[in-house]
Ligand binder design. Structure first.
Ligand code: OGA
Ligand code: MN
Length: 276
């Protein structure tokens, strides 16, 4: 039987001795631990596509990856994609994409964003390439009552790449560009399964807040982001090959540190779970 051990951190727990073929049916126990800890790390999992595809089904229905390029594909697994530090912006400037290098939550410009993202580490640089996660539920709960009641009724507009973004998203053209949705989401979003609110913002996608002018909206976004990404809410994950890490996009922000040599490959496999 597996063991779940909370990290000595504001969020996160690891699962050791997990064997999908033996333990994969213990869905309620695993999902409940995940809601509580926001991220779970399954240690020492076999590095083959089947692992991620199987673990994903514990948490819901995997989604087809919305942006596909030939170099991302995993044959026979349309719900998986490769995420390599050597991938470049093929439709744009052909520079490395460096996906995920600033605080964000995944695909928040979708009306129903994926509830979870799951990564498995395949190749990790000797130094660097850690991913940080911030607990947006604790960050919300730590706000004073006045701020909470001020933001409880606000909604932010999320787009593919905000006018105020700190980071460019991959270049998209033609139909793929036209297909990108926009969405309004509560700034203090109630969790669909537990009802607890989290600060739900995303500096790469948030293009405004309903009823506020741009300057006031962005000042509020920056203020809430400074608060919610402070060290007291952050866990920094040092990857081991084989780690399968699932995070709750509704309760966490994440960002990877691309602080390793440009010619070193950092390779992950990714999948996402349908929302809400
Ligand atoms: C992602 C992402 C971070 C990482 O896959 O959505 O942000 O550590 N990845 O590669
Ligand atoms: Mn991401």
């Amino acid at each position: 039987m597996f063991e779940i051990t909370a990290f000595d951190a504001p969020l996160g727990a690891e699962i050791t001795n997990f064997d999908f073929s033996r333990d994969g049916h213990l869905v309620d126990e695993i999902v409940e631990a995940w809601h509580q800890h926001v991220i779970l790390v399954f240690r020492d999992q076999p590095t083959e596509p089947r692992t991620l595809a199987s673990i994903a089904r514990i948490f819901g229905t995997p989604v087809r990856q919305p942006l596909q390029r030939p170099e991302y594909q995993v044959e026979g697994f349309p719900e998986l994609r490769l995420l390599s530090s050597l991938h470049i912006d093929t439709l744009g400037d052909r520079e490395p994409l460096r996906i995920g290098g600033s605080w964000h939550t995944d695909h928040s410009h979708f009306p129903v964003p994926p509830r979870a993202t799951i990564l498995q580490a395949i190749k990790i640089p000797e130094q660097g390439g850690d991913t940080c996660f911030s607990n947006q539920r604790s960050a919300y709960e730590a706000l004073d009552e006045e701020t909470r009641s001020r933001i409880d009724s606000l909604s932010a507009k999320h787009v593919y790449n905000s006018r105020f973004t700190p980071r460019r998203m991959p270049t998209i053209t033609g139909d793929e560009g036209k297909k990108q949705p926009e969405a309004l989401h509560p700034v203090a979003r109630p969790h669909p399964d537990t009802g607890n609110r989290s600060i739900y913002l995303n500096p790469v996608r948030v293009d405004g807040i309903e009823g506020m002018d741009d300057e006031a909206a962005m000042a509020l976004v920056n203020e809430l982001m400074d608060h919610s990404t402070a060290d007291e809410f952050v866990y920094r994950h040092k990857w081991r090959v084989g780690d399968v890490l699932i995070w709750d996009n509704r309760q966490a922000l994440h960002m990877v540190h691309h602080d390793y040599a440009p010619d070193v490959e950092r390779l992950m496999i990714r999948t996402m779970i349908e929302g809400p």
